[in-house]
Each structure stands twice: as C-alpha cells, then as structure tokens.
Design a protein around this ligand. Structure first.
Ligand SMILES: *Cc1c(COP(=O)(O)O)cnc(C)c1O
Length: 393
C-alpha cells in the first residue's frame, strides 16, 4: 500500500466520524432555519444553544458571550475592527506582535491606512513576546492588545495570563487568536483576563467555515456583518446549524481527550525533534523547546530550499508544510521565522510537521528516514553546501 502520512494538522484536521454524525441531521431531516417560528425550527435553535453551552464551558465563559462566525479569520477581523471602530474616540493605538497570523496582521495594516497606529512587538529567538517591551509600548491612546495564544508556524505558547494582567492593569482590552490553542490547551478567560478570543472548528477535527468569537459581556463593540438579528443582533446571516452542531461535538471531544491527546502527541513530537536534530546535521529547531504546542515540530535545514523539500516529501507520501498554508506559494520567507531572527537563506529551508492523535511512532520513524535521504540528496546538489563543506572540512 502507498504511504500517506498527514503531518499538516496546523493547516486543517480531519472531521471525526462522531462530528460528522452530529452534523448530518441538520442537513437532512432537521434542515430548518433556526430563526423560524415553528417548533421544528426551535429544535434546531436548541441544538445551536447546546453547542454554545459546550463551547462556553471549554473556555469558562457565559453562553451569551459566544458569537458564531465563519471561522478564525472572521473572528480575528471582527475582534480588531470591532474594537477599533467602537473605541475610536478613546484612542487609535493597537498593540500586536510581528508573529501573528495574517488574519490579524493584514487587519492591522488595513486599519493603519485608516488612521490607526499599530505597534508590532518583536519576539525573542524562541518566538516569545517580551513583557517589558509590551509595557513600554502602552500609551494613553492604546485601545487594544492582540497577541496570539499559540503560534501556528513554530508552536510557541505566549504568556497569555501575564499579558492579560498587564492589559487590564492599564484598562486596555485584550484579544487573543487562540485558533491553534483552543481544544489543545487549558483556556480560562476569567483567570487569563481575556476579553476576546478567536477559535475555529476545522483546527480541532470539526468542519471548515465555522468559528466563534468570545466577547466579554460589557465590552463595547461594533458589528462586522450587518443584516438580520441572528446572534443577538451582533452577527447577521442564517445560522450555520450543521456546522455549529459539529463544532460543539468537536469541542466536547477535544475537551474530554485533551490530556490524553497532549501526552500522545508530545511524546511523538519529542521523538521527531530528537531524531531530526541528532541525525540531520545543520538543522535548527524553531520555537520554544518547552513552551510549545504538543503537536508542532518546526525546523530550518541549512542549504535546503523548503519548497523542493515539500515536493520530495510528498512524493514519499509525507504531507507537511513550509510554514503556514497561507504563505505557501509565495516566495517570501515566513514573517515568523524572520521575526525569530532566522536569516533569509535559512528561513527558506523551513519545514513544519504537525501531528495528530492518529500519528504513530512508525509514521515518525518513516518520516525521519525519508527526510534524511531527501536532505542528503538536496544538499549533494547544492553549490552552497559544497562550498561550505570545502571551507569547513
Ligand atoms: C488557521 C488559523 C486562522 C484562520 O482560521 P480559519 O478558520 O481558517 O479562517 C487564524 N489564526 C491562526 C493562528 C490559525 O492557525
């Protein structure tokens, strides 16, 4: 049988059979618009409410603080544009980081063209925000701090609780893009002082095109999608009942298996990292060795072109990524790798492998074996590598 090893779970995940089962009734017999007046529609609305309840429990908020969206990107856009618009009289300054997802970065750039001022905080070599830099960046006109929970390329977890504390001690709102963290690590919006949080179903074995934005009660906030009265009048559009039912089920499963899954994944992640660093010379691990997502391994291989590496891995049945799905196809090296100080030529040789509960030790060993072979082959064709070997013996 031909090998097929999926190691791109940060880009998207497979929908679990139980999740699909939870969705199907709302396409088939219970297809009704949950906003309609008859009893059957009420049953669908109840299913949506139940999903909201489940999700609220995962992050320790109230049901009515969860607003469903069409995914992580929409949630990020809404959080940032919503606050910018409603607080524009108070101030025009936003603080974020250099390593955010493009859904945050490009939204901030959009606002910069409209008179807002944005500070992009640097990170250290492990991808972690420096809290004293954050303190220094705060001004009287700062209205929002947006820092991601976990980075999608290099897996680094940020000191979210401390960031929330700093934000609140200055009376500033705190948003976190938790798309990679939700369902993977413990999140408590109360304890962590989080005012807004973005998440997405398809990163936790749910369907694509569904997400939510948590908005703390009392936060002033403009709407992004105007139209009908759905989601308490905050987010118009016919409610995606099947998707939401699937998201609820996926969140429930993720929560119930969180510890077990993190244990399985981190053991395999560590095996992968250890073997790669020991057996492939001139390799760097990206991200924090300890404070990282349990499923993320990210490397830079010197004298290697990441795109060629991906193609050759694919030919051997291993599906990985050079950084994020969004930047693949562009020739610019990843903004995240540049932010942690990788020079351009090294950033180009990046590989992100993100595992799942389905990944086995055999998958890891096979992947490392083919990776070694491919890197040897690519380096043997590289004039840069040849020069390097000549100079360094
Ligand atoms: C995937 C991802 C997003 C975008 O989510 P979509 O649901 O695909 O729009 C945003 N932020 C991070 C960190 C992500 O990993």
């Amino acid at each position: 049988m031909e090998k097929m090893i999926y190691m791109d779970n940060a880009a998207t995940t497979r929908v679990l059979p139980e999740v699909l089962e939870a969705m199907l009734p709302y396409y088939r017999e219970d297809f009704y618009n949950p906003s309609s007046a008859y009893g059957k529609a009420g049953e669908v609305a109840a299913a949506v409410s139940k999903a909201k309840e489940t999700i609220a429990k995962v992050i320790n908020c109230k049901d009515e603080e969860i607003f469903f969206t069409a995914g992580g990107s929409e949630s990020d856009n809404w959080a940032i544009k919503g606050v910018a618009d409603s607080l524009k009289k108070k101030g025009n300054h936003i603080i974020t980081t250099k390593i955010e997802h493009h859904a945050v970065l490009h939204t901030c750039e959009y606002l910069e063209k409209r008179g807002y001022d944005v500070t992009y905080l640097p990170v250290d070599e492990k991808g972690c925000v420096d809290l004293s830099e954050l303190e220094k960046a705060i001004r009287p006109e700062t209205i929002l701090i947006s820092v991601m929970f976990a980075n999608n390329e290099i897996g680094t977890l940020q000191p979210v609780e401390e960031i929330g504390r700093i934000a609140h001690s200055h009376g500033i709102l705190f948003h976190t893009d938790a798309v990679q963290a939700f369902g993977h690590v413990q999140i408590d919006v109360e304890k962590m002082n989080i005012d807004m949080l973005s998440a997405s179903a398809h990163k936790i074995n749910g369907p694509k095109g569904v997400g939510f934005l948590y908005i703390r009660k009392g936060v002033r906030f403009s709407n992004l999608i105007h139209g009908g009265a759905q989601e308490d009048g905050r987010r118009a559009g016919t409610v995606n009942a099947p998707g939401i039912a699937g998201f609820g089920r996926a969140a429930e499963i993720a929560l119930s298996r969180m510890e077990e899954r993190a244990g399985h994944e981190s053991a395999l992640r560590d095996r992968l990292i250890k073997r790669v660093l020991e057996e492939i010379p001139h390799t760097l691990l990206n991200g924090d060795p300890e404070k990282r997502l349990s499923n993320n391994a990210s490397f830079c291989f010197r004298f290697i072109e990441g795109e060629s590496l991906l193609i050759m891995l694919d030919q051997k049945g291993v599906m990985g990524s050079s950084g994020s799905a969004c930047t693949s196809g562009s020739l610019d090296p990843s903004h995240v790798l540049l932010a942690i100080g990788r020079p351009h030529e090294i950033a180009h040789g990046s590989l992100r492998l993100t595992i799942s509960e389905d990944t086995t030790a055999e998958d890891i060993d096979y992947t490392v074996d083919v990776l070694k072979e491919i890197i040897d082959r690519l380096r043997s064709m590289s004039p840069l590598y040849e020069d390097f070997v000549k100079k360094n013996g």
